[in-house]
Design a protein around this ligand. Structure first.
Ligand code: NAD
Length: 248
């Protein structure tokens, strides 16, 4: 039986670890060729090596416009086309503590990676998808892009921005067979949470009706669905994967 992504070529940002790594491994299992990108080059190369010849790692900072051009070009030159983009790379900074407490540079850095990075990814991948005749873009937002919280104002603003940027792109490219959707994970057990400490993590666990946070694979399966032809009539939507957090 053919894989669910047979013949597709995906760029996945922030793929050296966490959710991006899980998506890269799952997509390759389902028959896709995958371009993994990250600023963590040793870890990213290791994951790509483990996946095998269907994977390529490129060092890439998503906030840099010229680097996006190179990533898309290399993807097309290596695998012949690019048909899927997962804008997954993201940061959450400890200094992003509250409106009065957040230094301006932490605000700018968060927006540059989490929101500008998503804009640039879409800007440079769309021509390649147009040439391929179809495409699916999945932008990783968060439950923090749907509801406010007690801190992390830059993070919430960036993820809220991703939500509406996604819908805007979905409408612009709907007639070109390029679908654009956002995914809104609840807490996920990955490195991004570690700087906030064990107490914070326990509070996150308690805040989810399922009384746990997700494993990266539980998000990756949702991203796989949106990437696959099974989601051929799905665009501009929000896939919430949060153990009931938003349902309260
Ligand atoms: N873990 C959670 O609780 C959670 C919840 C909701 C949404 N998210 C979002 O999911 C996405 C994946 O995060 P994760 O949970 O796997 O955490 P993670 O920290 O393990 O992974 C994020 C990856 O992005 C990479 N990255 C950071 N800045 C980059 C840059 N400028 N250019 C390229 N790569 C960069 C990191 O090196 C890392 O490999 C992020 O967008 C995050 O905001 C996470």
């Amino acid at each position: 039986m053919a894989g669910r992504l047979e013949g597709e070529v995906a760029i996945i940002t922030g793929a050296a670890r966490g959710q991006g790594e899980a998506e890269a491994r799952l997509f390759a299992q389902e028959g896709a060729q995958v371009v993994l990108t990250d600023i963590l080059d040793e870890l990213g190369q290791q994951v790509a090596d483990e996946i095998g010849p269907a994977a390529l790692f490129l060092k890439h900072d998503v906030s840099q416009e010229d680097e996006w051009q190179r990533v898309v070009e290399t993807g097309v030159n290596t695998f012949g086309r690019v048909t899927i983009l997962v804008n997954n790379a993201g940061i959450g900074l400890r200094e992003d503590r509250g409106i009065e407490q957040t230094p301006l540079d932490a605000w700018h850095r968060t927006l540059a990676v989490n929101l500008t990075g998503v804009f640039l990814g879409m800007k440079y991948v769309v021509p390649a998808m147009r040439a391929a005749g179809h495409g699916s873009i999945i932008n990783i937002s968060s439950i923090a892009g749907m509801v406010g919280g007690g801190g992390l104002p830059a993070y919430h603003a960036s993820k809220g921005g991703v939500r509406l940027l996604t819908k805007t792109a979905a409408v612009q490219y709907a007639e070109e067979n390029i679908r654009v959707n956002s995914v809104h994970p609840g807490g996920v057990d990955t490195e991004i949470l570690n700087p906030f400490g064990e107490k914070w993590k326990q509070r996150a666990v308690d805040a989810h009706p399922m009384k746990r946070i997700a494993e990266a694979d539980e998000i990756a399966y949702g991203v796989l669905y949106l990437a696959s032809p099974e989601a051929s009539f799905v665009t501009g939507t929000e896939l919430v994967i949060d153990g009931g957090f938003i349902a309260r």
